[in-house]
Design a protein around this ligand. Structure first.
Ligand code: NAD
Ligand code: TYD
Length: 353
């Protein structure tokens, strides 16, 4: 059993994104013992939104650095400036559909970006490096079976291929240069502050705005859904207790078919806004399937449960209800994201930093 790692000053790459910002809010709002510095290192692509961090922006433990993970010099300077002992790497291009239309940036950010970070860690081997990855590296399941940490990699989209490559690099650097690394592969996250290009937030906003709800193929594809705060809790545990060189799967134990999720969202939005469910159901529109669409993902997360005592705290029904409520209650965030004006907020607040 490895001794618990002390996390003092942490660099979060991609901290302005959906999961990165949830992790930072979790650390600064729910871990009172954390007394160090939490540095959000993010290039602020279309997916990066500093409004996600408005609740913690004034916390003296928080700092933001606008930077690209491919900029080794800047990463290294930032690590030195803040005496970083831990990097949690979430920065990525993360949307499968975008990777189908334009793979290059996925290779640049997800593969080369990870390489550049690892080069910095190689020169500063006291830094522990945790890499956040996806269950999509394992490929596609049929009606039965679960991905374990031993499942062979078999990625099917440019996105998952780029994440698989980055996982291999992390593993190889750990073995070859004896740096301290861990990897987690998680299932589909959902929750507040999720960019509305992904299934759940897109369906909620389209429902609220009476726009079509585009379901790919017949809607029978299955994903395992993990509430983002449960993921943040797992990541915090892993940083402290994850064994060097190991991989951990993280899942929500909540497999659902896409069409069933869309129907549940319709029901929840209808209830919350006193609208006719029949009217909203008519918005469901079956559209041509995604090329290479993986049929099913499902995770066996017994390793992290047994080794670290982590369990998902939210059922899918509770988590989805809270998520729908969050989008209804946070219309300014939604309209800034949809109009693109969140980019101006960044310019106004961070132009000179
Ligand atoms: P996201 O798209 O919401 O956020 C990505 C963040 O990375 C953004 O803030 C963006 O500005 C930043 N970024 C992108 N390129 C960068 C670069 N070159 N340099 C610095 N910052 C850059 O992504 P997410 O959903 O929060 O996912 C976070 C991580 O978790 C990713 O590595 C993703 O592959 C992985 N993951 C996500 C899910 C999911 O369901 N969202 C599931 C499994 C794994
Ligand atoms: P998505 O949220 O893009 O995550 P991922 O592709 O990484 O699993 O999609 C989740 C599922 O929902 C996936 O099977 C594709 C499907 N989907 C739709 O049916 N319609 C949509 O508009 C989107 C974005 C996704």
């Amino acid at each position: 059993m490895q001794a618990e790692r002390t996390v003092k000053n942490i660099l979060v790459t991609g901290g302005a994104g959906f999961i990165g910002s949830a992790f930072i809010r979790y650390l600064l709002q729910r871990v009172p013992d954390f007394k160090g510095k939490c540095v959000n290192y993010d290039a602020l692509t279309y997916a990066g939104n500093l409004e996600n961090l408005a609740q913690v922006a004034q916390d003296p433990r928080y700092a933001f650095v606008k930077g690209d993970i491919c900029d080794q010099v800047k990463v290294e300077e930032t690590c030195k400036q803040y005496a970083i002992d831990t990097i949690i790497h979430l920065a990525a291009e993360s949307h499968v559909d975008r990777s189908i239309h334009g793979p290059l940036v996925f290779l640049e950010t997800n593969i080369l970006g990870t390489y550049h970070l690892l080069e910095v860690v190689k020169r500063h081997p006291t830094i522990h490096f945790h890499h956040v990855s996806t269950d999509e590296v394992y490929g596609c399941l049929g009606e039965t079976g679960l991905f374990t940490e031993e499942t062979a990699y078999s990625p099917n989209s440019p996105y998952s291929a780029s994440k698989a490559s980055s996982d291999h690099l992390v593993r190889a650097y750990g073995k070859t240069y004896d740096i301290s690394t861990t990897i987690s592969n998680c299932s589909n996250n959902y929750g507040p502050y999720h960019f509305p290009e992904k299934l759940i937030p897109l369906m909620i906003l389209n429902c609220l705005q009476r726009k079509p709800l585009p379901v790919y193929g017949e809607g029978k594809n299955v994903r395992d859904w993990l509430f983002v705060d449960d993921h943040a809790a797992a990541l915090w545990l892993l940083l402290q207790k994850g064994r060097k060189g190991e991989t951990y799967n993280i899942g929500g134990e909540a497999e659902r078919r896409n069409i069933d999720i869309v129907k549940t969202i319709v029901k929840l939005v209808a209830e919350a806004t006193s609208t006719s469910e029949t009217e909203l159901t008519q918005l469901i529109t079956f559209v041509p399937d995604r090329p290479g669409h993986d049929f099913r993902y499902a995770i066996d997360c017994s390793k992290i449960k047994q080794e670290l005592g982590w369990h998902p705290q939210h059922t899918f029904e509770e988590g989805l209800r809270d998520t729908v409520k969050w989008y209804i209650d946070n219309q300014p965030w939604c309209s800034h994201v949809q109009s693109g004006s969140y980019r101006q907020w960044i310019e106004t607040n961070y132009a000179n930093r």
